[in-house]
Design a protein around this ligand. Structure first.
Ligand SMILES: Nc1ncnc2c1ncn2[C@@H]1O[C@H](COP(=O)(O)OP(=O)(O)OP(=O)(O)O)[C@@H](O)[C@H]1O
Ligand SMILES: Cc1ncsc1CCO
Ligand SMILES: [Mg+2]
Length: 267
């Protein structure tokens, strides 16, 4: 039976999961604060010397290729080994994976390691699905609707739950799909909120029985908190602290009212 976002938020807050977040230099501080506000326990542990061992004690691992370099990649593969060895979920954020040959090569090797969840913006998911995208750098430039078909194909080929974020988010495992509405236009004007959401997907995956339910809960938590923070914010700057407050203030009852809609999946 599936677990609703309110049930999963209650579980998260009851036992804050330790999540090993291998993320980029831009996101490290932002994502750690988002995780703490939401109710999870982040640890930004990424060096190859300790990444595998640490993954053995974490509830989940998240891997983000935002500021890529060979030492980061070595740490990523070590952490994934640790997560797989401990039968723990791991989440991939393919930041700007379309941008360079190095990123394309690194991200393909990571997808081959069978992530539990892949979370990206529409440009990144289109590119991972082998389609043309308008993406250049780290920002999404394509509408989520344009990436839905590619997301289903990527989910089927990789075995991952795929979450595409933007104005209206889309989550699919290739056979099921939902859309999540909410958030704020100030969110894409704040760097690293997508990276932070990827870490939160890891937190929910650590407490959920099913990765699809985990991804939906993480996206719903952001959607509800983003809409709440939008009220009274006058721009991206005043939005940021309100969003942290809202992540912490969101209750299971709020999440049970999140705008989550089933989407048809063509055979
Ligand atoms: N126009 C919008 N309106 C409402 N919410 C939005 C909008 N654009 C993005 N979001 C929300 O912002 C969050 C981050 O998604 P986004 O697609 O911007 O990630 P991203 O491009 O990977 O970000 P980054 O790489 O900067 O971390 C998600 O919760 C998403 O629903
Ligand atoms: C701005 C930026 N550059 C590399 S990673 C990152 C954070 C948003 O993805
Ligand atoms: Mg991103």
């Amino acid at each position: 039976m599936s677990q609703a976002p309110d049930t999963l938020l209650t579980a998260l807050r009851a036992t804050p999961p330790l999540v090993q977040c291998i993320t980029n230099y831009v996101a490290m501080n932002i994502a750690a604060n988002v995780m703490l506000a939401a109710g999870a326990s982040p640890a930004m542990v990424f060096d190859v010397e300790e990444a595998e061992e640490f993954a053995g004690i974490a509830g989940a691992v998240t891997v983000n290729i935002g500021t890529l370099s060979p030492p980061f990649v070595a740490g990523m593969h070590a952490a994934i080994r640790g997560a797989r060895g401990a039968w723990r979920p791991w989440v991939l954020d393919p930041v700007a994976c379309q941008a360079t040959a190095y990123r394309r090569e690194v991200v393909q090797a990571l997808v081959a390691e069978r992530p539990t969840i892949i979370r990206g913006n529409a440009s990144e998911i289109l590119s991972l699905a082998g389609e043309a995208s308008k993406g250049q750098g780290v920002d999404g430039r394509d509408p989520v609707a344009a990436a839905e078909e590619g997301a289903r194909r990527l989910a089927r080929s990789s075995g991952a739950v795929v979450a595409v974020t933007g104005e209206v988010d889309y989550v699919t495992d290739g056979t099921r799909a939902v859309r999540v509405e909410g958030g704020s236009p100030f969110m894409p004007m704040n760097t690293a909120l997508g990276c932070s959401l990827t870490c939160l997907c890891g937190a929910y995956a650590a407490v959920a029985e099913d990765a699809f339910d985990a991804a939906v809960a993480a996206l719903a938590h952001f959607a509800v908190a983003g809409a709440k923070a939008d009220e009274g914010a006058s721009g991206p700057g005043s939005f940021a602290p309100r969003f942290l407050d809202a992540l912490a203030a969101v209750t299971p009852a709020d999440l049970s009212r999140a705008a989550i809609y089933d989407a048809a999946v063509p055979a």
